[in-house]
Design a protein around this ligand. Sequence first.
Ligand SMILES: Cc1cc2nc3c(=O)[nH]c(=O)nc-3n(C[C@H](O)[C@H](O)[C@H](O)COP(=O)(O)OP(=O)(O)OC[C@H]3O[C@@H](n4cnc5c(N)ncnc54)[C@H](O)[C@@H]3O)c2cc1C
Length: 485
Amino acid sequence: MHSAQHFDVLIVGAGLSGIGAAVHLQRQSPGRSFAILEGRDNVGGTWDLFRYPGIRSDSDMYTLGFEFKPWTQDRSIASGSSILDYLWDTVGEHDLKRCLKLGHKVVRADWSSESATWNLQVEHLGETLRFTCNFLFMCSGYYNYRKGYCPEFPGRDQFRGEVIHPQHWPEDLDYRNKRVVVIGSGATAVTLIPNLAESAAKVTMLQRSPSYLAVDSAVDRTALRLRRVLGSRMAYKVIRLRNTMRQQSTYRSAQKDPEKFKAGLFAAVRAAVGQEYLDKHFTPTYQPWDQRVCLIPNGDMFQAIASGKADVATAHIETFTETGIRLDSGEELPADIIVTATGLELVTLGEVDFTVGGDAVDFSRTWTYKGLAYSGVPNLASVFGYVNTSWTVRAELVAKFVCRVLNHMESTGASTVTPRLRPEDRRMRRGPFVEGFSSGYFQRANGVLPGQGDRSPWINPQNHRATKRLLTGRVDDGVLKFESH
Ligand SMILES: Cc1cc2nc3c(=O)[nH]c(=O)nc-3n(C[C@H](O)[C@H](O)[C@H](O)COP(=O)(O)OP(=O)(O)OC[C@H]3O[C@@H](n4cnc5c(N)ncnc54)[C@H](O)[C@@H]3O)c2cc1C
């Protein structure tokens, strides 16, 4: 075992959250030694991992981008590779390469109260390295990087073609002139369909139940005009604010008057593919925004359907067969390739094994502090973005809050900070980590995420105004306990 390298702060993960956190740390809490430990061999996280045809954002880059770095491309709904370029540009502009440790996967973190440090075990090139830090900032995303979620399909072994999960898209997969069935109804499925349809013989989207689909333009013309008038920095500020507000008000109006909201979405779908298709395949049973609404940029998927290159089947799978999929209706969908766009598997904090005082931390038994820290766990914060607004908007609020906590520790000489329940918090009603969201990946993950209480600061609101209030308030709030050793 090598001797440990010590840093004031270690950031785990070099996706949007980790790179953003590093910039905020440099700017708002300067003078600290820090490093970014990234398990993969590239920055980007999500935007490096997913390589399926057409991979793109489904929220606009004016809000998915950083507040400090204007998005200057024309498309606001951006490709995975252009988001990766944006991240590498950020790394270059902020001289982050020197603190970036790629291929460093954190597997274990033990808190020592004697030294007030985290002791990390990190896998690197087949060796185990040790790192220590005073503060650990987990920017490790929210899902399992090793494998996506895929239910057991009966008869899967019989199928003679290829079965692909979008999380592991083979670079050389040749789907030209092939019949492809994409199982799924979420953002990944609706992205894949039009892109595969460009060269496949036929693409069928096979869904158990429909999702809500929203048609929007991939290019924001108002933003481009504003950029010409105000310059990119000022225009970015304005559009970022407008879009954040718009995302939030869309969510609120969907909740307040779901029928009116549905009517707007349905009108666009009806215009694109007709009433019969809408009734049969695009009318969900749940309310809008109980699960994420899927974006159809420029109506691309509807064009693929209208051209006859793609279609949709809404049915249950009876079994995979040698040559495709048999539905419970008895109908057979012939396929050369089956894509299981069946989703992600949520994990907590990069699947790192944590101990405090020698005891394993079970995060599902902790309470979330403002959606960024955990009751009883010292000197640890993590990023979890919004599910109804771009992730980065919340990620940056969290990073700035963490900087203020670090600055407070420095100015008061505290070596530890721990969120602790007050006596009156001990009997709180416990809710799920994210309220009012029924997406499969949250349902499946209830057993691994922390709980939410019924009062501030033990809450994790999805409302931007409430979150802003929560994360710009005082840091010595009587719940965060600052102590020196
Ligand atoms: C296909 C897809 C499209 C999406 N589109 C949008 C969108 O349009 N808008 C939106 O708001 N959200 C979107 N999301 C959610 C998206 O994940 C976030 O927006 C954002 O990219 C998350 O950034 P992150 O840095 O927090 O996490 P990630 O991108 O997941 O990055 C986490 C990083 O941490 C590293 N890591 C994890 N564990 C460890 C460990 N133990 N040791 C070392 N390193 C570790 C990972 O390797 C990874 O590089 C999308 C998600 C997916 C899967």
